[in-house]
Design a protein around this ligand. Structure first.
Ligand SMILES: [Cu+2]
Length: 316
């Protein structure tokens, strides 16, 4: 990325970032100057009118000063008007989506992002977009409030259950940019991290044609399963080394007997795993919260075969 940013702000990666930063800088500097005047005045007058003798000297009876009062009313009013007009213009730029924008559906859930593109492709935790093209994000949540935040783009918008929110951006340089959830949404909140991959226009076209042809169809099942484990962010809740996270570790799961919350025991076999992914609420492992999201509609039959094959490789 050309624009690396500085100590105070991350690099400017979108068309709106310079506007947002300029206004921020103006408000910051104006506040700093006023702060300096007030503090300096306080110290200066405190010193100038300090008590010089033990005798009580009464302050002369001054009721007002019209010139001073006009100055401290007019200057702040002008400042507030500048901030209002400037801020409103920037607010409109941030909120009015250009007509030719490409639309991507964003879904937040505990604790990852899914992105649905108009050609039917779905990705998890990575949104891929072309450079110099306005992108409209139509966003909703499947559970609690999340918030979509890309610091380099100066774009942040809440993602709320039961309604849609909309935001947009136009990236100005290819590269990878952090995507954070900025609304505390539970245990895995700090791991709800994604990536915005901005590609040059021709690279984006190549990417689109690749995902269009289903590059996974000739991958061995175990490899496909491993890829899904990473891409669908299973790792935010399941480890591979036997340690407990939000969910049980997948190490040595296959073939073991699992105790469920309803007191029954069940053998972890192909059908149990399939059901865990498509209808996770049906059988809850004892001592774990029922928070695993459903992957119904996100995983094909072959994907499920892949995950099962992969879990089988994770022996003790
Ligand atoms: Cu979140």
């Amino acid at each position: 990325m050309e624009n690396k940013g500085n100590f105070f702000l991350p690099g400017q990666g979108s068309t709106v970032a310079p506007d947002v930063d300029a206004l921020f800088l103006f408000i910051g500097l104006a506040s700093l100057i006023i702060f300096a005047i007030v503090v300096f005045g306080l110290i200066y007058f405190g010193f100038k009118y300090r008590a010089r003798s033990k005798e009580v000297v009464l302050t002369p009876d001054i009721s007002h000063n019209t010139t001073l009062e006009l100055i401290w009313t007019i200057i702040p009013t002008i400042l507030v008007l500048i901030v209002f007009v400037w801020g409103f213009k920037t607010f409109l730029t941030l909120n009015v989506v250009p007509k030719d924008a490409i639309e991507i559906k964003v879904t937040g859930k505990k604790w990852f992002w899914t992105f649905d593109y108009s050609d039917g492709y779905t990705s998890v935790n990575e949104i891929v977009v072309p450079v110099n093209t306005p992108i409209k994000l139509l966003m909703s949540s499947e559970d609690v409030i999340h918030s979509f935040y890309v610091p380099n783009f100066r774009v942040k918008m809440d993602v709320v259950p039961n309604r849609y929110s909309v935001t947009w951006f136009e990236a100005v340089e290819p590269g990878d940019y952090n995507l954070f959830c900025t609304e505390y949404c539970g245990t895995g909140h700090s791991e709800m991290i994604g990536n915005v991959k901005v590609l040059a226009k021709n690279d984006f076209a190549t990417w689109q044609s690749q995902v269009g042809n289903d590059a996974d169809s000739d991958m061995p099942l175990e490899e496909l399963g491993e890829k899904i484990y990473k891409e669908k962010a299973c790792f935010t809740c399941h480890t591979l080394d036997g340690s407990r996270l939000v969910g049980p570790s997948l190490k040595g799961t296959f073939g073991k007997t699992e105790k469920l919350t309803d007191g029954t025991e069940v053998l972890v076999d192909e059908n149990y795993i399939r059901r865990s992914l498509l209808d996770p609420g049906a059988q809850i492992v004892e001592s774990y919260p029922p928070v695993m999201p459903t992957y119904q509609g996100l995983l094909s039959d072959r994907d499920l075969d892949g995950i099962i094959a992969y879990i089988k490789t994770l022996k003790q």
